[in-house]
Design a protein around this ligand. Sequence first.
Ligand code: ADP
Length: 439
Amino acid sequence: MNSAWASHLAVLAVAAAAGLLGWRLSNAAWGWAAVAAVLGVRLAYHAAHLASFFRWLQRPARDSLPAGRGVWEEAFALLHRALRDRDEERDRLRLALARFRDAGRALPDGVLLLDREYRIEWANPTAARHFNLDARRDVGQPVANFLRHPDFVAWLEAGDFREPLTLRGARGDAVLLVRLIEFGDEQKLLNSRDITAQERLETMRRDFVANVSHELKTPITVLAGFVETLGDPTIEMSAAQRKRYLALMAEQAGRMQRLIEDLLALSALESSAAPEDERPIAMRAFVEALADEARALSAGRHKVIVRIDDEGSLLGSARELHSAFSNMVSNAVRYTPAGGSVTLLWRTQDGRGVFEVQDTGIGVEPRHVPRLTERFYRVDHGRSRETGGTGLGLAIVKHVLTRHEASLEVESQPGRGSTFRAVFPAGRAAPQDPAKAAA
Ligand code: ADP
């Protein structure tokens, strides 16, 4: 028996006792009057509590619940507890929902929740960007209104979502990968990912493999041809002819060797994040040594000049910087006709270190300049090959400079010459006595 029933029984007992007392002391009428009086008081008590309860129901806030007395006090306390539990549950749900939304917002992928008619219920900012929609304003709109790509519309209509869809040209030249996952009551989660960078890398990788194969194919074909000719006993040839063939074979083998060396150099640069053997390099001796190499390569056809405007040192990997600078220097020699000049220059400018190679050679048209550091990009294939180029020199230069936080600047005028300039940040160059720097 709960306390409500106990209180009712107690009231009935009091009413009965009062009735009996009235009847005993006087007569039956007084007895009934006493019963009515007890029940009336009880009725007034309930009526007053009910009235305050109704008042509260008009604005049912947990804090303003009436206090109540007796059984009502207990009832209000129970109601208060139930309301508190409900509020706590609601807060928990609200928090869970907010966390879910925050997580959805933070996702690098696009997330769109759709109803059974493919209308938008919720979108995270990445999806809003991918689909060019407003995450608040466009709720309730069909998603196909925002991505009108025919492949996307056809995919939605077909309704077969086992495979993701790759969308090229959905927004500018971006490539999107979209996946649709069905859940709950025919609800859908549309996941979108921008794979433009991956696609570009994949294309670069394919082009690179194709280029390397192509670069190796020519010398190998030539070599194989000579090997066959030399090995054929039916072909007669003079000693001079044989010598010439062997020289041509050596040239092709050298070409393959240079290519492999450059490929290995590039792959070594790519496989570590930063040079490990950094130290201050005394620049005067370094540049003089490069100039000697240039003179050897030029074999007297060019004037090679060295200008050191600042005695100083450069912090970096001597091995890597030598590979980069010698590529710049050999390009200057190779792309400058005989009689021209090549100038190697080192200076510090506003604290930054500048290594520059100027030539009076064939120059490059401005439209080619932004692409010169791409692997295998050549302005004139014939000329590059004739002079022993692999098409990888400036790609190596770019890599090495990036690893040294340096940038490459190119100034060139067709027919007049070029300047290739490596600019190093202030922290790497020191206007220091080179002997001390090397020590
Ligand atoms: P390559 O082995 O063909 O020289 P690089 O990567 O070193 O490859 O250079 C890429 C292209 O840039 C060259 O093929 C050439 O067309 C151009 N180039 C580089 N340096 C010079 C220069 N000093 N003068 C003119 N053109 C240059």
